[in-house]
Design a binder for this molecule. Structure first.
Ligand SMILES: NC(=O)c1ccc[n+]([C@@H]2O[C@H](COP(=O)([O-])OP(=O)(O)OC[C@H]3O[C@@H](n4cnc5c(N)ncnc54)[C@H](OP(=O)(O)O)[C@@H]3O)[C@@H](O)[C@H]2O)c1
Length: 246
């Protein structure tokens, strides 16, 4: 794959992925909600020798802007081969538990808009019968925890959506890659106590790029041990799990 569309290109994890892709000579279309941040990210990639970097500003949580995003992609980057969805939000989860408005915002940015956008990309790639759709969800979507189930519900829904999409696109040879990081040291988690369990975004990005290159990879846990941690977590009986304050 040579041409990548990155949705949420100013994310720390996405920026690290973009640096690796740039070092491999890949071409990038970066989409983000801040024109200023996008220009800083694009300039950094150009200094690193990027072959091609195009930017487009859009508030991706706003579904009414999606047709403009697709219009730009089809006009300026029509032969893209891969789309990586990286944007997301994690507001104060304690506050979200008591606020319908904040919860709706979390679901809009982490699931509703993401599923909407990927539906548009899926239709294009399905017609072409090739390409890859990759999206960053989270281990938080594997099991509802009392401390972050508002965010987790959106990520869980996104993982389920991707699973179904994979089944739909299998016949068309379009790959769907679900990316499930554990906690990572990025601006999103800056307000949390970032202990040793938090991974380095550079190593997470390396895992993501390896998975993008591996045609048979469908679900990536990163770092790798989260696959086993979550397998155990999912086995804990509900009667016990509900008593754990995690
Ligand atoms: N960090 C973790 O522990 C962790 C763990 C599992 C999964 N993830 C997921 O990994 C992805 C990347 O997050 P990150 O850790 O790299 O955090 P981050 O640096 O805070 O990135 C989040 C990005 O989402 C962008 N964004 C939010 N709402 C948007 C909107 N409406 N339109 C366009 N862009 C929007 C933000 O844009 P601005 O730069 O303009 O604010 C920011 O660039 C997210 O989907 C996150 O849920 C993170």
């Amino acid at each position: 794959m040579d041409k990548f569309v990155i949705l949420g290109a100013t994310s720390e994890i996405a920026q690290q992925v973009q640096r690796i892709l740039t070092s491999k000579g890949k071409r990038l279309l970066l989409v983000g909600r801040s024109a200023e941040k996008l220009e800083i990210v694009a300039a950094d990639l150009r200094v690193r020798g990027a072959t091609e970097v195009i930017t487009f500003k859009a508030d991706l949580a706003d579904v009414s802007q999606h047709s403009q995003v697709m219009g730009f992609v089809l006009q300026r980057f029509p032969d893209f081969e891969c789309v990586l969805l990286a944007y997301g939000t994690m507001q104060d989860q304690e506050e979200c538990r008591h606020s319908v408005e904040m919860s709706l915002q979390e679901w809009q940015s982490n699931f509703v808009s993401a599923a909407g956008l990927l539906t548009l990309f899926a239709d294009i790639l399905e017609t072409r019968r090739c390409g890859c759709i990759a999206a960053i969800t989270s281990v938080a979507g594997d099991r509802g925890r009392s401390s972050n189930y508002v965010y987790g519900a959106a990520k869980g829904a996104l993982s389920l959506f991707l699973q179904g999409l994979r089944g739909r696109l299998h016949e068309s040879s379009v790959r769907v890659l679900t990316i499930k990081p554990g906690p990572v040291r990025t601006p999103m988690t800056a307000g949390l106590r970032q202990d040793r369990v938090f991974a380095d975004p550079v190593s997470v990005a390396r895992d993501i790029c390896r998975a993008l290159e591996n045609d048979s990879k469908e679900i990536l846990y990163t770092p790798w041990y989260w696959r086993y941690v979550m397998a155990v977590v999912k086995l804990i009986p509900e009667v016990v799990f509900k008593r754990l304050s995690i």
